[in-house]
Structure formats: structure tokens, C-alpha cells
Write a protein that binds this ligand. Structure first.
Ligand code: HEM
Length: 537
């Protein structure tokens, strides 16, 4: 399964946010009084949309109250006091003496130990993280030998506080390997949505949101066809015991690729009907390159990062398959650009085929939008959406089917609900479908609670923040273990059980709004314009 975790120091160093030696601990941040702190917390909660009543629902008493020196002044403890693995703390004393290669090795070992280094597909990262929280409490400092320390948190209130301070241009850690590929190999300074920062990121996001939304709506009936195709194929693949013996994941991947093909390219990829994926046609190459590029990114981001020093096999594979993705997507975008300019200059009719593909397509909308983008930028954004979209949807759908298969009672209830409304479904009206299928929505939400495709989220804040009682300097990489939060008994009863009903009860509102956030939150949350998750989150 694709699980996404993040670590990266590069972007922050480049932004000048991390400088451990020169880090200035502003006095003001240390001397925050308790009342100020409470006011700040309340203001931040209302800024993220919680009412005073909801604030009361999650009293600050749940969070450790700072020890009082006098009867008014709470102690805000310095960053060095944040608990964490002691052996790592010693590293902080010697890190300035480590050579570049030594640093790479240490980072690699630490990364493998904790799996805080895999953007996608870490094997059991959460187990390791929850062990850390059990041992050190809700705020854990992970000293890194390279200079930028990591702070891990898992408490919903702390997560909420981080989001409330993320600012207008939130920064999260990116994929170092993809960023290096783009900046060094393709000469792209900004990269796509995943890797861009600041105003450039904002510009790209503004350009893509509305066209993406329209594109999903336009292709609903096409997506429905792909879904029917998928169920038909699964039906045919069953053995005499009604089981799918293997390759179900691959079929789900193809289904997700076909859906994204419609949304991003307005094209019927029909990968579900294609057995030979290694053929010469563009669509097969795109599929093949996507699989291989994803594998290569996973390999580069996890474990030893020697690719930063020399071309490892994983790095060469990343370059090869990202090049291939770039070229195929670039070709499509250039075609669309050509069609648009022929039409605009009235230079005669565009061929029917070209017109039918590109008219009303997502790329067309981006080319003609107010913030006109270059073909190269559009191609990069499409590549990002393809990479993140196909993998997250495949993971979500796989676990949804897994949970429904495992919890037969839920399966029966779901079956009855769908049976009841099936005669009355209008596939083009998503809002109505959502209204008609509350149990299905609850199943999706519950499955995403148990296994969010991206189990940890990250932010680098522009200001110091006090979490629990600790001062965390600006520029520190804060890793929010959101899956850990959603699996905590304190946040959900029988937290490890698939129980969709918890989202249907009136008291569902009592769950902390940040106890399960599969799509992230704030200005940089998921674009989530897929059919599966359009109305959730
Ligand atoms: C069930 C499906 C999905 C889940 C659970 C999911 C989850 C997420 C999460 C957690 C983030 C990071 C949010 C944060 O940092 O606060 C994210 C970002 C993003 N997602 Fe999704 N995602 C899903 C599907 C998709 C699809 C289908 C697309 C493409 C059409 C997509 C495009 C993106 C993009 C472009 C970003 C980066 C946004 C930015 O940095 O501004 N996601 N997603």
C-alpha cells in the first residue's frame, strides 16, 4: 500500500527557515503567559472554524497544564527540554563535525529506524511512531544530525494549533528526490503543486482548483462507466469460491488510472481492458512509467539517500521514468496548446479528434484561465496530480474493500442501502447520491480514519509555537502523526474497529475535528476533487 511520509531538510534550508546554530529563541515566545496562551488557542480555534461551544468540548485540561512557578506565570520550556530518544540528543553535540557522507549515512540509518523518511509506502511506520509517543508523551523531539530537528506530535489539539499557525503560504516538507530531479535535471525552479512554495505555489493552486472541480463534474458518467467496467472485470476474475486470488491491487490501480485519465486528460485510457502494459502505445507507457516512477521515488525517499551524492540505480530509474512521464504529458499539453492557438487565431478548423479531446478538458481550462500558465507548468501540475491521485485513490479503495470484506455486518447494511436506492440513482448528481447513501459515506470516512493514504502530515511554521508546554522554534519540521491520532482510544471508542455507525450517530460531533483528517487541513489541504472523496473530509 502506498503510505506517504515525509522528511526533507533541503526546502527549509533553502528558504532559510532552518538554521539550528543561529536559531533565535525570541524572548517573547518564552514568556507567553497562561492567559495569553489560552486567548491565542481560542483565537486559533475560531480561526479554523470551531465555535466557542466546540472549544469547551475539548478543554485545555486534556493537554498538560504547564507547571506554575508563581501563581500566574506558567513555564514555557525551551526546545532542548522536549523529550525524545536520548542517544539522538548526543548527536546534536557532534553534528557539526560530521562530514557530508557521515551525515548521509546517519540520516539513512535513522530514517530506516523510524521510517520517517518515506513519502510513500513505508511498511509499518505508525507502529514505530506510536511507540515513541507512548514513551515520551505527545510531543517528541527527534534530533537530526543534519541540522533540522523533527518534532513529532499526535494530539488533535496540538495538530489543530499547528494548522492555525501555518500562515497563508503553508510550507510542508516535499519529496527531495522529485525536487532534485526537477531543479537539476529539468531546470524547473518552482516545480509543481507538491514541491512549489510561497506565491508560486499559491498561483498554481488558484489556477487548478476550479478547472479540476469542473472536470470531475463533466466526467461523472465516464467515471461511472469505468466503475462498471471494473466490477465486471472483478466478477469475471472470481474463482469457484468467489474469491479473487491475486492481482486485485493491480486491478484497482488500473481502475484508478482510468478514472484519473478522464479527469486529467479527458481521455478513455481503458487500462482495465489492457493486459499488455508494456506495449508501445502512449497510454500503456504512461501507466508503466507511473508505476516505475512511483517505485523509484519510494526507493529514493526511504533508507540511505546516497542518490544525493551519486547516481544510484534508484535515482537513474527515477530520472528515466520521470522523463518519460514528463514527455508523454508534455506532448499531450502541447497538442492542447496548439489546438487552442489555432482556434484563437482563427487559422482554420482543428481536426475533429483534437477538438473532441481538448475542448472542455482540464488542460484547456488551465491554458485559457485568468492566470494563464505555461505548457511546461501545466505538465508538471498534471504529473503531480497523477502521481498523488492514482496512489491515494488506489490505497483508499483497496482498504475500503478490505474493511467491507472483513466486517460482514457492515457489508450487509451497505448492500441493503445500495439495493434500496439503486433504481433511483442519477449518476450525474453527486450531491444527491451522497444524500441517498449515508452508510456508504460513513464507510468511506471510517476506512479513511483507520488507514489514511497519507498517515503523517508535515508543516514548517513561520513563527515559534508553544505546543504542550514546549517552545518549538519557527522553521522546525513538525510531523503530525494523524493516523496515530485517529487510532487512539482517547479520541475514538474501540478505535481499531471498523465501525461506520460512529459517524452516523448524533454524538459523532463530539469527536475532535482534528482527530481524523485524511485530507489534511487549511490552505494546503488536498484538492480532493475525486469522485470517491468529493464530499468527504
Ligand atoms: C482518497 C483520496 C485522497 C486522499 C485521502 C488525499 C489526501 C491528501 C492529503 C492528506 C494531502 C496533504 C494535505 C496537507 O498537507 O494538509 C493531499 C494533498 C494533495 N492532494 Fe490529495 N488525497 C486524495 C486524492 C487526491 C486526488 C485524486 C488528487 C488529484 C486530483 C489529489 C491531489 C492533491 C494535491 C495536488 C495535493 C497537494 C496540494 C497542495 O500542496 O496545495 N489528491 N492529499
Amino acid at each position: 500500500m502506498y503510505r506517504n511520509q515525509v522528511r526533507s531538510f533541503l526546502p527549509y534550508r533553502r528558504l532559510g527557515l532552518i538554521n539550528i546554530q543561529n536559531r533565535c529563541y525570541e524572548k517573547a515566545d518564552f514568556k507567553t503567559s497562561k492567559s495569553q496562551e489560552m486567548d491565542n488557542t481560542k483565537a486559533s480555534m475560531s480561526s479554523v472554524g470551531l465555535s466557542p461551544k466546540q472549544i469547551e468540548m475539548f478543554p485545555t485540561a486534556k493537554v498538560h497544564v504547564p507547571i506554575m512557578l508563581t501563581n500566574r506565570e506558567p513555564i514555557v520550556l525551551p526546545f532542548d527540554e522536549v523529550p525524545g530518544p536520548k542517544s539522538l540528543k548526543y548527536i546534536s553535540n557532534i553534528r557539526q563535525y560530521l562530514s557530508e557522507i557521515g551525515t548521509q549515512i546517519t540520516v539513512g540509518v535513522l530514517t530506516m529506524m523510524l521510517n520517517v523518511g518515506t513519502y510513500m509506502n513505508a511498511k509499518k511506520p505508525l507502529k514505530n511512531l506510536s511507540v515513541l509517543f507512548d514513551e515520551y508523551g505527545p510531543v517528541v523531539r527527534f534530533v537530526s544530525p543534519v541540522g533540522g530537528d523533527i518534532v513529532l506530535i499526535n494530539h488533535p489539539e496540538h495538530i489543530q494549533k499547528v494548522y492555525s499557525m501555518e500562515g497563508s503560504f503553508p510550507v510542508r516538507s516535499a519529496l527531495d528526490s522529485l525536487e532534485k530531479y526537477r531543479s537539476e535535471h529539468r531546470n524547473q525552479i518552482y516545480g509543481g503543486l507538491l514541491t512549489a512554495y510561497g506565491e508560486e505555489w499559491h498561483r498554481q493552486r488558484e489556477t487548478v482548483v476550479a478547472p479540476l472541480h469542473d472536470s470531475v463534474n463533466k466526467h461523472i458518467s465516464g467515471i461511472n462507466e469505468v466503475c462498471e467496467n471494473f466490477t465486471q472485470k472483478i466478477n469475471n476474475l472470481r474463482n469457484h469460491q468467489d474469491e479473487i486470488t491475486n492481482n486485485l491491487y493491480k486491478e484497482i490501480y488500473k481502475w484508478s488510472f482510468d478514472c484519473m485519465g478522464l479527469i486529467l486528460f479527458s481521455k478513455k485510457f481503458t487500462m482495465l481492458n489492457t493486459e499488455v502494459v508494456y506495449s508501445q502505445c502512449d497510454m500503456s507507457w504512461l501507466y508503466h512509467s507511473l508505476e516505475k516512477a512511483t517505485d523509484a521515488i519510494i526507493e529514493c525517499e526511504s533508507g540511505m539517500q546516497f542518490w544525493k551524492l551519486f547516481a544510484t540505480p534508484a535515482w537513474s530509474s527515477l530520472v528515466k521514468y520521470c522523463d518519460s512521464l514528463d514527455n508523454l504529458i508534455g506532448k499531450y499539453v502541447l497538442e492542447a496548446e496548439q489546438a487552442v492557438s489555432v482556434q484563437q487565431k482563427n487559422m482554420g478548423p482543428v481536426s475533429d479528434e483534437l477538438f473532441s479531446v481538448h475542448n472542455n478538458s482540464l488542460v484547456n481550462a488551465m491554458l485559457l484561465g485568468e492566470n494563464k500558465m505555461s505548457a511546461e507548468d501545466i505538465a508538471t501540475i498534471i504529473m503531480d496530480m497523477l502521481l498523488i491521485g492514482v496512489n491515494t485513490i488506489t490505497s483508499s479503495m483497496s482498504f475500503l474493500l478490505y474493511h467491507i470484506a472483513k466486517y460482514q455486518r457492515a457489508q450487509k447494511l451497505l448492500f441493503n442501502e445500495i439495493n434500496k436506492v439503486s433504481g433511483d440513482i442519477d449518476v450525474n448528481n453527486i450531491s444527491k447520491i451522497v444524500e441517498q447513501t449515508p452508510y456508504l459515506q460513513a464507510c468511506i470516512k471510517e476506512s479513511l480514519r483507520l488507514v489514511p493514504p497519507i498517515p503523517v502530515l508535515t508543516r514548517v511554521l513561520p513563527k515559534n509555537i508553544t505546543i504542550d508546554r514546549y517552545n518549538i522554534p519557527r522553521g522546525t519540521l513538525i510531523v503530525m502523526s494523524t493516523q496515530d491520532a485517529s487510532l487512539k482510544e482517547g479520541n475514538f471508542d474501540d478505535a481499531s474497529v471498523f465501525y461506520p455507525e460512529r459517524w452516523l450517530k448524533d454524538d459523532a460531533k463530539e469527536y475532535h475535528a482534528f482527530a481524523s483528517i485524511p485530507f489534511g487541513f487549511g490552505a494546503r489541504k488536498c484538492l480532493r476533487q475525486c469522485s470517491l472523496c468529493l464530499h468527504l473530509g
